[in-house]
Ligand binder design. Structure first.
Ligand code: PYC
Length: 319
């Protein structure tokens, strides 16, 4: 009886940052009274409300590339909001392109204007500077190299060497340059990166405290002479990042700094697989490397997601 059915609605605002999409949940997400702070929210969401994740970013409403962002009350009063980032298979610690997407979305909603703002993420406070239009500079959580020159024998590929580094998520940054890093080659790059990820897992190579390394980053020389490098980033659910990946670029900056190849304040331009660019630099505070990533984000749509109880796929296609 359609007259009795309760149809839920979730209001979202979509944006993209350097080609990578973000969907900010503005209202209609699960109400979690008494759960304050982004880290606590992420834990409760993943344990008890994970179907919201798949209904918001999963097909048929979303796509594998889409990163979702729940806004919540921050536990830190100096933050404009708390945020929990999620994707097609789970939750992220931080998200650089997503933070830029949240910034332009908050401005679109009239919640912020040009200036410096703080955001509370499950892995710490980040600060962003918004220029009042599209440009956002994110000061990320402290980033570092956890292990250098890890050597793996990857079946059908051979020896692969790389660094394990933290940039708000865990990355394996492959040392050997891979060419061509082009969209025409995405299937092969995905295959390679996935094999490397599987090898890391089977050889018990982890981040700090046994954390899974779920992002793989490949590099080649840039296509544009203005940039320093081009990358391909495989995200946890098998999609590739259309942007240069804010947390991946942070991990790269930390490794470059550790190797003495980047000085404080020096600009490093990271080009993505689609040719979009993030500008990165670091400053060092009390021995900690703080990456700053600058890029542009654009609001692309506002929508009301409809959860019809008659729809067999209202919770998304679960993975
Ligand atoms: O920009 O940090 C990032 C990111 C992580 C996953 C997709 N984008």
């Amino acid at each position: 009886m359609s007259g009795c059915k309760i149809v839920e609605h979730i209001r979202v605002i979509d944006s993209h940052t350097a080609g990578e999409p973000t969907r900010v949940v503005v209202s209609g997400g699960p109400d979690l009274p008494g759960v304050t702070g982004a880290a606590a929210r992420r834990d409760v969401l993943s344990a008890s409300f994970d179907h919201y994740r798949s209904m918001i970013v999963g097909e048929p409403r979303g796509s594998d590339a889409l990163v979702g962002a729940y806004l919540c009350e921050p536990s830190d009063p100096s933050s404009v909001a708390g945020v929990v980032f999620f994707n097609n298979v789970g939750y992220l610690g931080m998200c650089g392109h997503g933070t830029m997407g949240v910034a332009v979305t908050l401005a679109h909603m009239g919640r912020i204007t040009r200036g410096t703002h703080r955001l509370e993420t499950p892995v710490g406070l980040v600060e962003f500077e918004f220029d009042g239009t599209h440009r956002v500079a994110v000061e990320n959580v402290p980033s570092y190299r956890h292990e250098a020159n890890v050597s793996l024998q990857v079946e059908k590929i051979g020896t692969v060497t790389g660094d394990i580094a933290w940039g708000g998520n865990w990355f394996f940054l492959v040392t050997e340059q891979v060419t061509p890093l082009s969209l025409a080659n995405v299937d092969r790059l995905t295959w390679m990166a996935w094999r490397i990820r599987r090898k890391l897992k089977s050889s018990f190579s982890t981040g700090k405290g046994g954390a899974e390394i779920n992002h793989i980053e490949l590099f080649s020389p840039p296509h544009s002479p203005e940039n320093h490098s081009r990358n391909f980033v495989l995200c946890p659910g098998g999609a590739y990042d259309r942007s240069p990946c804010g947390t991946g670029t942070s991990a790269k900056l930390a490794c470059l700094y550790a190797d003495g190849k980047l000085k404080e304040g020096e600009i490093y331009r990271q080009e993505s697989i689609i040719g979009s660019v993030f500008e990165g630099s670091v400053r060092v505070v009390d021995g900690q490397i703080i990456p700053r990533i600058v890029g542009s984000a654009y609001v692309t749509g506002e929508a009301m997601l409809i959860l019809d109880p008659d729809d067999p796929f209202r919770l998304g296609i679960r993975r």
